[in-house]
Structure formats: structure tokens, C-alpha cells
Ligand binder design. Structure first.
Ligand code: NAD
Ligand code: MG
Length: 394
């Protein structure tokens, strides 16, 4: 029996995680659930899963939750508030596994705290890894934490790795990773129409149902750029060893190419409960609730090379990883601001890469040798991107 803390319990990944956990009460006990402000969803989750702790970052909302729970059947749940409470619950003794499913840089400190505390870290929060890079991987190595990827592609790659493989190691005889991408909703949209794209169109992903931020990232393909950096870190590979492959059907979730010419692929329906269940049960397997793959209903599988002209965010991610140091942190921070500005109607879809590129241009690459350096670069890049977004605002 393992204790689990779910950071970002009310989001798309958090909800899918609770769905899988509830299928296996003999394996998992819910110790802590956290959310930013969504009190209604967290209250309902407390009633169903009866965690020891519930965290709402927002103080006022946490007070409200406390009084709601006091008059409910879940009186045993302790309500905490503030950002420090996220780290507190992620490092509790009775917590064995931490699902890191907060979106964006806000997830860095609690995810890193879980890694430093030697927990089993189920990592969905790719932004945290991209911005902290080697520091995160070092924390995992030093504490003996187990880092398991939830991102469907990275989970697929992990499953295609040789027996005994652990994240951070160099895989024996694996020469290349084929990182698949759906290409998002605008893979074939005429380029001159991209300027008109609305937030509603951008978040309507063809194959996956996800949070808003990652849906926009999928539309710009920044998601694949972040995932390329994530793959370099998790699997100890060079960017040149990672080939991005557009595969619009999203049936193959990624592949590993070995020196003898063998290519191993992991397949399945596009349902995040599959990688989540894989990581929760690892090294065993258990039911995820996902529909079995109907191989006969897949009429065909297509593969294309990505067009860096259509997807400038992908080019910027390559530039960031090649520059190294703080540049992936700057890329990520500027992207978060640009996506917010787009979702709020402040800037156009095609302004997103412009904001990121101009922000990156303001920074010289310097080593990301401490957490302080990374957090400072994150803050400066956000301020710069915000300024550029307001200049572009229409
Ligand atoms: P989401 O927007 O649906 O949920 C985000 C969660 O984080 C919510 O519970 C929210 O309360 C919490 N949160 C947001 N801002 C916060 C803050 N400032 N402080 C504390 N908590 C905060 O997002 P999602 O789609 O579930 O994605 C979560 C992470 O998983 C992202 O990093 C995303 O890239 C990654 N991921 C998601 C999917 C997917 O299918 N949704 C797939 C692969 C990877
Ligand atoms: Mg992914």
C-alpha cells in the first residue's frame, strides 16, 4: 500500500490520476490533494477520496473549504493554504509517490522538493523539468528518488527502454528517439489564416482532451519543443538524437531506435490513464480503465517531418537547448506569458513565437548553476515577455 500526493489534483492529469487510483484501493491511499483556486472540484474530491490533507493555494478559498468540510462527511481532512503547503504535503513521511501535475513553473518548487525527499516522482509537469534541467536530474540522482515520466511520449520511450533502465541513465545501444507529435489542430491550416486563430480554436485538440495551456502549446508545437528538451534530460541524449515525427493519428506514442536497426514503439489509445496507470503500477501493471486498442479501426498511420517554418516555436526550442544554461528557462517563462496573453485576448496566435523570440534575444546564455539563478531568470524573462506582449497588444 502506497500513499500518494497529487499536486494539481483538479486538473486534467489530476482527475485522470484519481480515476486510476480509485480503481486500486488495495494499492493506493490518497494522502494529499492540491489545487490553485478550484474549491468546488477539490471539495468534491475530498468527499470521495477522503485525503488527510487538502491544499488550496488561495488563502480565502482555503478558509471556505475548511468550513465546507467541517459540515461534511469528510471532517478528518486538514486544509492548508499557501505555496509552502505544496512542498509540505509533497514531502510528508506517509507519502511514497507524488504526482507532479501542476501546470507551468508554479510546479517547480514542490516537484523539486519531492525529488529531494527521495519520493517516487510521477512527472507530468514538464515545464518544471525544462526550466530546472540538470538541477532537477541531480536532485533525483542524489536522493535516490524514482523519476517516472507521465507525458505520454516519454512514458512510451521509457517503456521501450532496455530492462533495468532508469531515467537519467544513458540507454545501452539506443541510438535515437523518435518523438511523435500529432501536429495539433493547425497542421494543415493555410499559413496566412493562422493570424486569425481564436483561443477556442487553439484549445480544441484533435486527439487529446487536456488543460488550456498545454492545448495551446500543442497548437504552436511548443509542447513538442518542451518535450524534446524533456527527452534530452530524462534519457540523457543529445538534441541531435531526437527526431520529431508528426503522426496525426496519435496511436504510436513514441519509439526508440537501437543500433541493430530494431525500432520499438509503444502504442495505445490516446488516453492519459494509460501512462498514469503504467507509472502507478510500475514495475507491475494494472487496469487503467482505458478502452483496449482496436487495431482494425486504425485505417492507416502517417508520418511526416515537422515544418519549422510553420512552427517557429519548435525552432526556438532547438535554439534554447543549443544555447543551454538559462535559455530553456527563458523560453519556458516567455512561452507561459505569451500563452496567457493569447488566451486573454491580448495578443494574436502568431504573436506567441514573436514574444518568445524577442524575450530570448534580451538574454545572454549563462550557466544555470543554482536554483536562485533559475528563479531569477524565470522572473526576468516573465517581466520582459509581459512588456513585449503589451507592446504587441491589439
Ligand atoms: P490543467 O490546467 O488541467 O490543471 C492544472 C492543475 O494545476 C490544476 O489542478 C490547478 O489547480 C493547478 N495549478 C495551476 N496553477 C497553479 C499554481 N499557480 N499553483 C498551484 N497549483 C496550480 O493542466 P493539465 O492539462 O492537467 O496539465 C498539468 C501538467 O501536465 C502540465 O505541465 C502539462 O504540460 C502536463 N501534461 C498534461 C497532459 C494532459 O493530457 N493534460 C499530458 C502530458 C503532460
Ligand atoms: Mg506529451
Amino acid at each position: 500500500m502506497k500513499g500518494i500526493c497529487i499536486l494539481g489534483a483538479t486538473g486534467s492529469i489530476g482527475v485522470s490520476t484519481l480515476d486510476v487510483v480509485a480503481r486500486h484501493p488495495e494499492h493506493y491511499k490518497v494522502v494529499a490533494l492540491t489545487a490553485n483556486t478550484n474549491i468546488d472540484a477539490l471539495y468534491q474530491q475530498c468527499l470521495v477520496h477522503r485525503p488527510e490533507y487538502a491544499v488550496l493555494v488561495d488563502d480565502g478559498k482555503a478558509k471556505e473549504l475548511k468550513s465546507l468540510l467541517a459540515n461534511s462527511a469528510a471532517t478528518g481532512t486538514i486544509v492548508l493554504s499557501g505555496v509552502n503547503a505544496l512542498e509540505q504535503v509533497a514531502t510528508l513521511d506517509q507519502v511514497d509517490s507524488v504526482m507532479a501535475a501542476i501546470v507551468g513553473a508554479a510546479g517547480l518548487l514542490p516537484s523539486l522538493a519531492a525529488a529531494k525527499a527521495g519520493k517516487i516522482v510521477l512527472l507530468a509537469n514538464k515545464e518544471a523539468l525544462v526550466m530546472s534541467g540538470d538541477i532537477f536530474m541531480q536532485a533525483v540522482a542524489e536522493s535516490g528518488a524514482q523519476l517516472l515520466p507521465i507525458d505520454s511520449e516519454h512514458n512510451a520511450i521509457f517503456q521501450c527502454m532496455p530492462a533495468g533502465y532508469e531515467t537519467g541513465m544513458q540507454a545501452k545501444q539506443a541510438r535515437r528517439i523518435l518523438l511523435t507529435a500529432s501536429g495539433g489542430p493547425f497542421r494543415q491550416t493555410p499559413l496566412d489564416q493562422l493570424v486569425e486563430v481564436t483561443p477556442a480554436q487553439a484549445v480544441a485538440h484533435p486527439n487529446w482532451d487536456m488543460g488550456k495551456k498545454i492545448s495551446v502549446d500543442s497548437a504552436t508545437m511548443m509542447n513538442k519543443g518542451l518535450e524534446m528538451i524533456e527527452a534530452c534530460l530524462l534519457f540523457n541524449m543529445e538534441p541531435e538524437q531526437i527526431q520529431i515525427v508528426i503522426h496525426p493519428q496519435s496511436v504510436i506514442h513514441s519509439m526508440v531506435d537501437y543500433v541493430d536497426g530494431t525500432v520499438l514503439a509503444q502504442m495505445g489509445n490516446p488516453d492519459m490513464r494509460i501512462p498514469i496507470a503504467h507509472s502507478l503500477a510500475w514495475p507491475e501493471r494494472f487496469d487503467s480503465g482505458a478502452e483496449p486498442l482496436n487495431i482494425f479501426s486504425i485505417a492507416r498511420m502517417d508520418f511526416e517531418e515537422p515544418d519549422l517554418g510553420r512552427f517557429p516555436c519548435l525552432r526556438l526550442a532547438y535554439e534554447a537547448i543549443h544555447a543551454g544554461g538559462i535559455m530553456p528557462t527563458v523560453l519556458n517563462a516567455a512561452n507561459e506569458i505569451a500563452v496567457d496573453a493569447f488566451l486573454n485576448g491580448q495578443v494574436r496566435f502568431t504573436d506567441i513565437p514573436v514574444i518568445i523570440e524577442r524575450s530570448m534575444g534580451l538574454f545572454a546564455a549563462r550557466p544555470a548553476d543554482s536554483l536562485e539563478t533559475i528563479l531569477a531568470a524565470d522572473g526576468q524573462a516573465r517581466a520582459a515577455a509581459q512588456q513585449i506582449a503589451s507592446e504587441l497588444s491589439h
